[in-house]
Design a protein around this ligand. Structure first.
Ligand SMILES: [Zn+2]
Length: 94
C-alpha cells in the first residue's frame, strides 16, 4: 500500500472517466463518488454511454492530480468545478 496515495481505495481500483478527458485531454470538471462505491471523473460536457472509459484510480491521478483534493468525497457525493482553475463545489445526491 502506497502511503502517499490519497484515496482510501487502492491505486488499481477501477473508475470511470470519459473519452474527452482520456483522449482529448479536457480538464476533469465533474467527480462523483457513487453510492455503490464507483468513482467517476468526467469533463463538464454531455455524455453518451459509449463515451465512458474505464481506468484505474492511479491512472486518473496521473492525468489530473488536483482530484487528490476530492479523495475524501463520501459515497453519494459529487463535486463540480466551472473550469480547471476553480475550486470544487461538493454536492450531495440525496
Ligand atoms: Zn467528457
Amino acid at each position: 500500500m502506497n502511503s502517499n496515495f490519497p484515496f482510501s481505495d487502492t491505486p488499481d481500483t477501477v473508475c470511470y472517466t470519459c473519452c474527452h478527458v482520456l483522449n482529448e485531454h479536457k480538464p476533469i470538471l465533474y467527480v462523483s463518488h457513487d453510492e455503490d462505491g464507483y468513482w467517476q471523473f468526467l469533463c463538464g460536457g454531455i455524455h453518451k454511454e459509449e463515451d465512458a472509459k474505464i481506468v484505474s484510480l492511479s491512472a486518473i491521478l496521473k492525468i489530473d492530480d488536483s482530484i487528490a483534493a476530492l479523495a475524501d468525497l463520501d459515497y453519494g457525493e459529487y463535486a463540480e468545478a466551472d473550469d480547471s482553475d476553480c475550486d470544487w463545489i461538493v454536492h450531495s445526491k440525496s
